[in-house]
Design a protein around this ligand. Structure first.
Ligand code: HDD
Length: 702
C-alpha cells in the first residue's frame, strides 16, 4: 500500500494495533463484558441497573458525545491521502520548497465537499464543490482551501454569513436541504449583483460534477509568492483533472440523490481502492506586481477570473490521490483547513475575501475541534513543532522543563533567522485611509458573467437555461423570479426571455446591458476533456452495466467484460437475480453483481447488452426497458452485440433508426450504437455518437 512521511507518522504514532484482540476500557483495563450491563439479579430476572457499572456507563457516555458540530458550511464531504510532485521549479517566483524542489514528494490530504447540505445530505445536488488540499511540507502545513469554481459569490468576507444564511435551509421551515432552489437564495443573488458571475458557474454543468475526480480545483483567492530576491508576484492556483472535466445531466443528478446519496464518496473510494489513482495537473497564474493595475478588473477581486489570454497558466506539478482513509471520523471529519496556513515563499494578498477567511477558518476550528485542533493526528505537520503555546482542552503534547514563556533565563529555544527558513513577511508599503469602502474596480459585476455565458457551447448554454428555469420554478415569490429575470437580462436577453417564459415572469423588454459577444478560454468543459488536454481518450474507471438474463451469449459477455476490464473500465453484471444466471447452451452460470431492481442506469456511465436468446425475455420486462431507455435519454453510450441490438431498438422506440456496426476481429461480432457520450461529448448525430464510441474503443484495442 502507498506510504509517505505523513502516512508513516499516522501509523507509527497513532494507529491502534489491529493484531490485538482483547477488549479494554478507555483507561486500559481488560473488559470482561461489553454486552450485558451490571445489575442486581432478582430471582432469575435482571433487576435495576447499578450505578456502579462503570464499564456500561463509559460505553454509553462515549456514545452520547460522538458527534461534534458539523462544519457550518461544506459539512458533507469526503477525503483521501495522496502526494504532490513538482516537475518544474518555480524558483523564479518563490522560495517555497514545495514549489521549487523537484526531487521532493510532498504528502497531501484532500477533502472534497458540497457547500450547502448538512453532513448527511446527498452528494449529487446542484452546488459548488469544495476542493481543500493540505500539503504536509517539510517547512510546515500549506492549505489551499479551494472550490471547483474559480470565482466566489461575494467580494468581502463580511458578507459571508449573509450568503450562507440565504443559501442554507430557510429559518422558519428548515427546508430545503442542500439546495439553492429556493426564494432566499435567489433573493440574495438578485440583491448582490456581485454574485452574478458565480451563480452562472453554479447553474452550469460545473454545479453537478460526474465525479470529484473529474472536477477542476481553484484556490480562488489571490495569494502572493516571494522569490529569493525579495520580489513579490500575485498568484492564482489551479488543479486540472487528467480524466477531464465531466458532469452529470440534471435528471441523473436528481435521481442519484435518492438512489445513491453517497455516489461521489463511493466513486472516489472505489477508484483509489482499485488502484486507479486520480491525478490533477497543478498550475499557477503569475501576475508580477508591476502588472497589477493593467486590467479592467481588480486582480484582488474574488468574483473575477484572470482570463488565460491575459495571464496564461503555467503547469508545474501533479497531485495524485492514492490512499483511502482508514477511519472516516478521525481523519476526514477532523481534518481542519485554514487559508492562513502558508509556508515560507507563499503569502497573502489584500484580497478582502482572503483577509477575512484567514480569521474565519482558525476561529471555526475552535468551536468544532477545540483549541488544540492542530495536534489532532490528521492536522499535525510532519516537521517539528516547538513553541510556548500551552494547555487548553485536549492538549496532547507533554513538554518537559520549567519554562512556558519566552524568552527565559534557561532556554536554548530561539526564533529562527531567515537563513534558517523562518517565514518571511513581505514588507508591504501602505499609505492608507481607514474606512469602510470597496476598491473602485470592484463595482463592475457583469462583464465576466457575460464572458462566461458566451464562452459556453450551445449545449452547455441550454443547460444553464434549464437549470435557472428549474431553480426559479422552486421559488414561489414572484418578486424573486421577476427580479432574477431582470438580472439575467444584464447578461443575455435571450437567456432572460427563455427563463421568463418557463417560470412565468413578465418577458424582459430590453437588455439591461447589451451582450458584447466576447468570449474567453478556459470556460467550456469541452476544453478540458483529456483529448483537449493532449491526453489519450480513456474509458478508465468508467462504469459499464452489462445486462443479462438466462440464455445470454456467454462468449460475447465474457469477451466484452474482459476487454472493458483490461482497458481499466469497471464493468458490472446486472441480471434478474443475484443467483446464477445460465447462459445459452447451459453450463455454469454467472452470478450478477446486482439485480435489475437493485440498481438503476443512472449509476453507470454506459450499458452493454450481449446477444443471445435472453433478449426475448428482457424485452418483456418493464424495468429492463426502463434501464435502456433511461440511459438513452441521458445520452450514454449503449453497446449491444447480436440480438442485443433488438433490445435497444425496442426500448428506445427507434424503429427506422440506423445502427452502425463494425467488425472487431474475433472480439465481438458487431456493435449496435444508439448514441454516445456523457457531458464532455454530447453527440449531435448518430454518426458523431458512433465516432465517440470508436474513439473510446481505441483503448480497447491496445
Ligand atoms: Fe470557506 C469551509 C472554500 C469563502 C468560512 N471553505 C470551507 C471548505 C472549503 C471552503 C473547500 C471546506 C474545508 C474542509 O474540507 O474542511 N470558502 C471556500 C472558498 C471560498 C470560501 C473557495 C472563497 C474564495 N469561507 C469563505 C469565507 C468565509 C469562509 C469568505 C468566512 C468569512 N469556510 C468557512 C468556514 C469553514 C469553511 C466557516 C467551515 C468549516 C471550516 O471552515 O473548516 O470557516
Amino acid at each position: 500500500m502507498v506510504s509517505n512521511k505523513k502516512i508513516h507518522q499516522l501509523e507509527q504514532e497513532y494507529r491502534i494495533p489491529d493484531n490485538s484482540s482483547l477488549l479494554t476500557t478507555d483507561f486500559g483495563v481488560r473488559n470482561p463484558n461489553h454486552d450485558i450491563s451490571l445489575s442486581a439479579t432478582v430471582g432469575d430476572r435482571k433487576g435495576p441497573l447499578l450505578m456502579e457499572d462503570n464499564l456500561g456507563r463509559e460505553k454509553i457516555m462515549k456514545f452520547d458525545h460522538e458527534r461534534i458540530p458539523e462544519r457550518v458550511v461544506h459539512a458533507r464531504g469526503t477525503g483521501a491521502f495522496g502526494i504532490f510532485k513538482l516537475y518544474e521549479s518555480a524558483e523564479d517566483v518563490t522560495t517555497a520548497g514545495v514549489l521549487t524542489d523537484t526531487s521532493r514528494t510532498t504528502p497531501v490530504f484532500v477533502r472534497f465537499s458540497t457547500v450547502l447540505g448538512s453532513r448527511g445530505s446527498a452528494d449529487t445536488v446542484r452546488d459548488v464543490r469544495g476542493f481543500a488540499v493540505k500539503f504536509y511540507t517539510d517547512e510546515g502545513n500549506w492549505d489551499i482551501v479551494g472550490n471547483d469554481i474559480p470565482v466566489f459569490f461575494i467580494q468581502d468576507a463580511i458578507k459571508f454569513p449573509d450568503v450562507i444564511h440565504a443559501g442554507k435551509p430557510e429559518p422558519d421551515t428548515e427546508v430545503p436541504q442542500g439546495q439553492s432552489a429556493h426564494n432566499n437564495f435567489w433573493d440574495f443573488q438578485y440583491l448582490h449583483s456581485e454574485a452574478t458571475h458565480m451563480f452562472m458557474w453554479a447553474m452550469s454543468d460545473r454545479g453537478i460534477p460526474r465525479s470529484f475526480r473529474m472536477m477542476q480545483g481553484f484556490g480562488v483567492n489571490t495569494f502572493t509568492l516571494t522569490n529569493s530576491h525579495g520580489e513579490r508576484s500575485f498568484v492564482k492556483f489551479h488543479f486540472t483533472p487528467t480524466l477531464g472535466v465531466h458532469s452529470l445531466v440534471w435528471d441523473e443528478a436528481l435521481k442519484i440523490s435518492g438512489q445513491d446519496p453517497d455516489f461521489h464518496r463511493k466513486d472516489l473510494y472505489t477508484a483509489i481502492d482499485k488502484g486507479k489513482f486520480p491525478t490533477w495537473k497543478f498550475g499557477i497564474q503569475i501576475c508580477p506586481e508591476s502588472r497589477q493595475d493593467e486590467f479592467d478588473f481588480d486582480i484582488l477581486d474574488a468574483t473575477k477570473v484572470w482570463p488565460e489570454d491575459l495571464i496564461p497558466i503555467r503547469y508545474i506539478g501533479e497531485l495524485e490521490l492514492n490512499r483511502n482513509v482508514d477511519e472516516f471520523f478521525p481523519q476526514t471529519e477532523q481534518a481542519a483547513f485554514c487559508t492562513a496556513h502558508v509556508v515560507p515563499g507563499i503569502g497573502f494578498s489584500d484580497d478582502p475575501l482572503l483577509q477575512g477567511r484567514n480569521f474565519s477558518y482558525f476561529d471555526t476550528q475552535l468551536s468544532r475541534l477545540g483549541v488544540n485542533w492542530q495536534e489532532i493526528p490528521i492536522n499535525r505537520p510532519v516537521c517539528p513543532v516547538l513553541n510556548h503555546h500551552r494547555d487548553g482542552q485536549k492538549r496532547h503534547a507533554i513538554t518537559k522543563g520549567k519554562f512556558n514563556y519566552f524568552p527565559n533565563r534557561g532556554s536554548i529555544i530561539r526564533a529562527a533567522k531567515p537563513s534558517e527558513g523562518a517565514y518571511f513577511e513581505y514588507p508591504e508599503k501602505i499609505v492608507a485611509m481607514k474606512q469602510r469602502l470597496h476598491s473602485t474596480k470592484f463595482a463592475e459585476h457583469f462583464n465576466q458573467a457575460q464572458l462566461f455565458y458566451n464562452s459556453l457551447s450551445d449545449i452547455e448554454k441550454s443547460h444553464v437555461t434549464a437549470a435557472l428555469s428549474f431553480e426559479l420554478d422552486h421559488c414561489d415569490d414572484p418578486v424573486v423570479y421577476n427580479n432574477m429575470v431582470t438580472r439575467l437580462s444584464d447578461i443575455d436577453i435571450g437567456l432572460a426571455a427563455a427563463v421568463a417564459e418557463k417560470v412565468g415572469a413578465p418577458p424582459p423588454t430590453k437588455a439591461g446591458r447589451a451582450n458584447q459577444g466576447n468570449k474567453i478560454k478556459g470556460i467550456s468543459q469541452f476544453e478540458f476533456t483529456p483529448e483537449a488536454q493532449g491526453l489519450p481518450a480513456t474509458i478508465s474507471t468508467r462504469t459499464v452495466a452489462i445486462i443479462i438474463s438466462d440464455g445470454f451469449n456467454r462468449l460475447e459477455y465474457e469477451t466484452m467484460k474482459a476487454v472493458l476490464a483490461a482497458a481499466g473500465a469497471f464493468p458490472a453484471t446486472i441480471g434478474p437475480r443475484r443467483q446464477a444466471v445460465v447462459p445459452a447452451g447451459g453450463g455454469t452460470g454467472i452470478v450478477p453483481d446486482h439485480h435489475f431492481e437493485g440498481m438503476r442506469s443512472t449509476l453507470f456511465d454506459s450499458l452493454y447488452i450481449p446477444g443471445g436468446e435472453h433478449v426475448e425475455t428482457l424485452i418483456k420486462q418493464g424495468r429492463v426497458i426502463h434501464w435502456v431507455r433511461e440511459a438513452f435519454g441521458h445520452c450514454k453510450p449503449i453497446g449491444a452485440t447480436g440480438e442485443g441490438v433488438k433490445l435497444i431498438q425496442t426500448a428506445c422506440n427507434v424503429d427506422g433508426m440506423k445502427f452502425s456496426s463494425e467488425k472487431d476481429g474475433d472480439v465481438v461480432e458487431s456493435y449496435g450504437v444508439v448514441t454516445a457520450g456523457r457531458v464532455g461529448k454530447r453527440p449531435e448525430s448518430l454518426k458523431e455518437g458512433w465516432q465517440i464510441l470508436k474513439d473510446a474503443k481505441n483503448f480497447v484495442d491496445t
